[in-house]
Design a binder for this molecule. Structure first.
Ligand code: NAP
Length: 332
């Protein structure tokens, strides 16, 4: 009998067809006010879930007692109660690596856009203000040769470091859960504690996962340590930054600018004070959002899901404990 899969993210046609060959697939649109109710209706009997950006709480998991795997089309797994999934023997998989370079490109897009005031000045041209040559009031600041501070030297952090060091001749500082001598050797990078990084960096780039240890990592105290000419870039998760504290720092001009791809509340409300600042570049969580990368992520998620349902250890397993529970059960 075919396994049952509930899909709550659109897949490219070819991948959907591949899934449909192997399993009975139910598509659920989880957007809108009835979205959760539709998901609840689809969950009973499901062996696998595939999607992203949905908090699967215990009340939803209770509806799917046969669930074996949740395949997330994302690298970040902060949306999931991993301990609860593991306790239930449900494997969680994610899509690392395939989005690393694209997300680092997004980081650099925000660095360049905020330093050179690209979005603000493009709007200025469009609004018909370009009547004469520009003066210092419209100048930006250099990126090349500056100090790049990376908070979270993982896959994306390292891809940023490579761009900064090799492409822009930047000095690279980083703070992470531990020093990485191989990164120091490759990019001439230097590990330091967070406070030292905040004091020295011209660009503070956040690439840590959201967790209990990183929630609110950048608050009023940390923002006060940054140089007044420094720029904050957040491509991690909104909650890594204390947003009201950032708004206050921008209001008081305590930092030069911010480039933000992620927010505490997404989609960002048009009423957000962040949108009142000319020196904030806000993008709609586009870190991995290219055709090529989203397709690669979808492919990776499908492979993870099918492996798990076939009783194999999926390539990108997040919770080893669930696999142990599954294999232990098989042995018994
Ligand atoms: P990763 O390879 O796991 O890198 C994260 C790094 O942060 C690791 O080096 C980790 O240390 C370090 N870290 C964890 N907790 C820390 C703490 N409390 N203090 C300092 N460093 C800490 O993950 P990745 O693939 O680079 O992705 C990072 C995050 O970026 C994801 O979790 C996701 O939230 C976000 N992201 C956003 C987008 C977007 O669309 N904007 C796209 C992709 C990813 P260890 O090496 O010791 O584990």
């Amino acid at each position: 009998m075919k396994k049952r899969i509930v899909l709550y993210k659109r897949l490219p046609e070819a991948l959907l067809a591949r899934l449909q060959q192997q399993a009975e697939v139910t598509w659920v649109d989880t957007t809108g006010t009835d979205g959760l109710a539709r998901l609840r209706d689809a969950l009973p009997g499901a062996h696998g879930l595939l999607g992203a950006s949905l908090r699967l709480d215990s009340s939803l998991l209770d509806l799917a007692p046969q669930l074996q795997v949740v395949s997330s089309v994302s690298v970040g797994v902060d949306n999931y109660d991993i301990a609860e999934l593991t306790r239930r023997g449900v494997m969680l998989t994610n899509t690392p690596d395939v989005l690393t370079e694209t997300t680092a490109d997004t980081g650099f897009a925000l660095i360049l856009a905020s330093a050179r005031r690209v979005v603000e000045l493009a709007g200025w041209v469009r609004d018909g203000h370009w009547q004469a040559n520009l003066g210092p009031a419209h100048f930006g600041t250099d990126v090349h040769g500056k100090t790049l501070g990376i908070v979270g030297m993982g896959r994306i952090g390292e891809a940023l470091a490579r761009r900064g060091a090799a492409g822009f001749g930047m000095r690279v500082l980083y703070h992470s859960s531990r020093p990485k001598p191989e990164v120091d050797a490759r990019y001439g990078a230097r590990y330091c504690d967070l406070d030292a990084l905040l004091r020295e960096a011209d660009f503070v780039c956040l690439t840590v996962p959201l967790s209990a240890s990183t929630e609110g990592l950048i608050g009023a105290r940390e923002l006060a340590l940054m140089k007044p000419e420094a720029i904050l870039i957040n491509i991690a998760r909104g909650r890594v930054v204390d947003e009201p504290a950032l708004i206050e720092a921008l209001r008081e001009k305590r930092i030069r600018a911010a480039g933000l791809d992620v927010f505490v509340q997404e989609p960002l409300s048009t009423a957000s004070p962040l949108l009142q600042f000319d020196n904030v570049v806000a993008t709609p969580h586009i870190g991995s959002a290219t055709h090529e990368t989203r397709e690669a992520m979808a492919r990776c998620a499908v492979e993870n899901l099918l492996s798990a349902l076939a009783g194999e250890r999926p390539m990108n397993l997040v919770n080893e404990g669930a696999w142990k529970a599954v294999t232990g059960a098989y042995k018994a």
